[in-house]
Write a protein that binds this ligand. Structure first.
Ligand code: URP
Ligand code: ZN
Ligand code: ZN
Length: 459
């Protein structure tokens, strides 16, 4: 064996138990008691520590052209930060170009990602154009190993309800999973126009232009289309109670509807938009009020929110400052790839959710939903040795200086965490230890995913 992690307490989505983990050639080979190392084995003592599957961030935007610029973390910086926060796989968004075949879009992006990624990665495709043969290229992409797609109901490249419906129908026939960014574009545009014409240009009016009902109505509409086809649907970055209620109702009726939320919606409320640095929190959908936040935590504990992901899409301070006099000019997006697992585990450590739930939300369910289990998201023989050793007693305060991304600020500045990852292994290789990144640019591998068949809301 190459690596033995012994004396630790293993936490999976289902159970917690004391055991050793043996690793060879990047795979877990055994989990048991008193496993014996050979002469060459590197032994790590995890006594007093928790041993967890590496997190899988289902939602990142690395080096993405957006908002008149490019998001600030490239594939190296973003995956370096991921490793240092216990995330060993990221699903990044490829934005299809108009006229571009889905597989070509993935290959175009992979050519930039592969030389840079420090942990494993996969892709979802942001769909812009399904004219002509392009709709069929969804099935080609499923066969290629990228079976997940996102449609946007907003932004200048958002799709119509008709296109959304066509994409859902195609997904049903070929094992793809459609994710949706749900906000009502007409309402956003109308409210933006109103506030700008009234001279209300501060970040608070970013929130006011996209309040709870703007997202909630779009969630309900998206769920309606998916229900009418009885096809699965994954709602990304869900931030509001109305939409969550619709998810819960659909799941109770037996429909395979899945929701993802993000740490920024679980920790902050819309009040951040009144802060002097409110522009740094501008993302879409915006962070909502306390009622929605409480509902999201309830949805997690009830099992109606299946995953937590970051929507990591950071911009530098000077770029956020472009919107000083006009919230429309603030590039939309926040950072979080290094903070998700530490934050969710800290909340578990403080008793808000169970540790199993944190693992389920941030790792196991992501792998199951997006078709990369059992390779990823599980601690079991045969799975990749993507492992985090977590010290539940370590006190940690988030500061920009302690982070490993290329961004010059963090919305998480000053947040106190109970417990923190101390070691991260990517396929058995130590890539992070005690605050230091130890991985390499280009070591990350493309994870090809299987076609997705989610027929009941089992996750
Ligand atoms: O504000 C956000 N969320 N920026 C990233 C793009 C998206 O909609 O996910
Ligand atoms: Zn989105
Ligand atoms: Zn996003």
């Amino acid at each position: 064996m190459d690596l033995l992690i012994n004396n630790g307490t293993i936490v999976t989505a289902e159970s917690i138990f004391k055991a050793d983990i043996a690793v060879k050639f990047g795979k877990i080979t055994a989990i048991g008691s008193s496993l014996q190392p050979s002469k060459e084995t590197k032994v790590t003592d995890a006594r007093g520590k928790l041993v967890l599957p590496g997190a899988i961030d289902a939602h990142t935007h690395l080096a993405m052209p957006f908002g008149g610029t490019i998001s600030a973390d490239d594939y190296f910086a973003g995956t370096r930060a991921a490793a240092c926060g216990g995330t060993t796989t990221v699903f990044d968004f490829v934005l299809q170009d108009f006229g571009e075949n889905m597989v070509d879009a993935v290959k175009r992006r992979d050519a930039i990602c592969a030389p840079d990624a420090a942990v494993d990665y996969s892709f979802h495709i942001g769909v812009k154009d399904v004219s002509g043969d392009l709709l069929d290229s969804i099935a080609d992409s499923v066969r290629y190993g990228v079976p997940s797609f996102k449609v946007f109901m907003v932004y200048d490249f958002g799709v119509t309800d008709g296109v959304f419906y066509k994409v859902l129908a195609k997904a049903k026939s070929c094992g793809a999973l459609i994710a949706v960014h749900a906000e009502n574009n007409e309402m956003v545009n109308t409210l933006v126009e109103k506030y700008i014409s009234e001279g209300k240009t501060d970040p608070w009016h970013h929130y006011m232009s996209r309040p709870e009902f703007v997202e909630g109505e779009a969630d309900e509409r998206a769920i309606q289309w998916a229900k009418s086809l009885n096809v699965s649907l994954y709602i990304v970055h869900l931030a509001n109670k109305q939409g969550l209620d619709a998810v819960t109702k659909a799941r109770d009726e037996g429909y395979p509807i899945f929701a993802e939320t993000c740490p920024q919606y679980l920790h902050f409320t819309k009040d951040v938009y009144k802060r002097p640095d409110g522009r740094n929190f501008v993302c879409s959908p915006p962070i909502k009020g306390k009622e929605s936040q409480d509902a999201l935590w309830d949805g997690i504990n009830r099992g109606d929110i299946s995953t937590v992901a970051t929507d990591h899409c950071p911009f530098q301070s000077y770029e956020k400052y472009w919107g000083k006099d006009d919230f429309r000019k603030i590039p939309n997006g926040c950072m979080g790839v290094e903070n998700m697992y530490p934050y969710m585990l800290s909340e578990a450590n403080k008793g808000r959710i169970t540790l199993n739930k944190a693992v389920e939300l941030c790792s196991t369910n992501v792998a199951k939903i997006f078709g990369c289990a059992p390779q990823k998201g599980l601690l079991q023989p045969g799975s990749d040795a993507d492992i985090v050793i977590y010290d539940p007693k370590k006190e940690f305060t988030i500061t920009q200086e302690a982070m490993h991304s290329d961004v010059d600020h963090t919305i998480w500045e000053g947040t106190k965490l109970k417990g923190y990852p101390v070691e991260t292994y990517s396929r058995g290789k130590l890539v992070y230890k005690d605050g230091e990144f130890l991985g390499n640019r280009g070591d990350g591998k493309f994870v090809k995913c299987k076609p997705i068949k989610l027929t009941r809301p089992s996750l």
